[in-house]
Design a protein around this ligand. Structure first.
Ligand code: SAM
Length: 289
């Protein structure tokens, strides 16, 4: 098996030139050119030959080469058709990679896991396109695909939101979803110099081990996430107003107030104060009203 060779500026530039490829901002294309970051991702994701890995956005195949070298099999989903001939070239030395040309937000991820890996547990590993980080993460969680771990590069500020605790400024719907499904930690920070072109922001690798069972039990998962979404919909308003005004619900302000009373919460409380357990209890109370 060949050694990964794309993790530096010179080789990346050479490939881009060979194919006359120009970066598309609209697809969040910032390619990694730093071997130590690529090795760090493989270590963090604990990739072994037993693993089937799903990668989102292989770009010119830089991380894919590493994944294909260390994992058993890799499936990479790339939206940009212009990258397909490049990937065919850069991944030609590896026979354990499948590239799919698709928009991950319109892809049935569970069906891929089923078709490519017989529904067995898989790992997700990706340097995500930053313009759609949250919908990608939510889509992965809600897909029902059996991920055992997810390792993603995201904007540092998003990484902080992902691991935020109740009461902090960055705590919100994303923090709650991440905690409901996984145990997240920031593994390391990545500087703009590690990419081509350089992004304006710092990045971070977040490692998420999936819970075997969620840390709270709730009667209706969809209701829980609707309540969370409603509570953070109008961040400057109280949670009572947020839920009463949410288009997906038809609770009156008084009903929401009663639900808050039942949960032992102040009627003036804001979403950022509630823990996952408190949201779960509130969702259960509201679903019975
Ligand atoms: N993995 C490569 C690397 O680390 O050098 C490239 C990462 S780059 C930050 C994000 C990649 O995601 C790009 O290749 C981009 O074309 C792709 N992408 C953007 N939107 C996508 C979508 N909706 N579905 C699949 N891939 C997408």
């Amino acid at each position: 098996m060949p050694t990964p060779y794309l993790g530096n500026r010179a080789r990346c530039t050479e490939v881009l030139k060979k194919y006359g490829f120009s970066f598309r901002k609209k697809y969040g294309q910032n390619f990694l050119i730093d071997e130590s970051v690529l090795e760090g991702i493989i270590d963090t994701a604990e990739i072994t030959k037993d693993d089937f890995v799903l990668e989102i956005g292989p770009g010119i195949g830089t991380l894919t080469q590493y994944l294909a070298t260390y994992a058993g099999r890799v499936c990479a989903v790339e939206i940009d058709r212009a990258l397909l001939p490049i990937l065919e070239d850069t991944l030609s030395g590896w026979d354990n990679v499948t590239v799919l040309n698709a928009d991950i937000l319109k892809t049935d991820i569970r069906a891929i896991a089923e078709k490519e890996n017989s529904g067995a547990p898989l790992k997700l590993c990706a340097n995500l396109p930053y313009y759609i980080t949250t919908p990608i993460l939510m889509g992965l969680f809600e897909s029902g695909a059996p991920f055992s771990q997810l390792t993603v590069m995201v904007q540092k500020e998003v990484a902080e939101r992902m691991i935020a605790e109740p009461g902090s400024k960055t705590y919100g719907a994303l923090s709650l979803a991440v905690r409901y499904y996984t145990n997240p930690e920031i593994s390391f920070i990545v500087e703009p110099e590690s990419f081509m072109p350089r992004p304006k922001v710092e990045s971070a690798i977040v490692h998420m081990k999936r819970h075997s069972t969620p840390p709270v039990s709730v009667k209706d998962e969809k209701m829980l996430f609707d309540v969370i979404r409603a509570s953070f919909n109008e961040r400057r308003k109280t949670l009572q107003n947020g839920i009463a005004n949410y288009a997906g619900f038809s609770y009156s302000k008084e009903q929401v107030g009663e639900a808050l009373d039942k949960c032992g919460l102040e009627r003036t409380v804001r979403g950022e104060k509630l823990s996952l357990e408190e949201f779960a209890r509130l969702a259960d109370v509201l679903s019975e009203m």
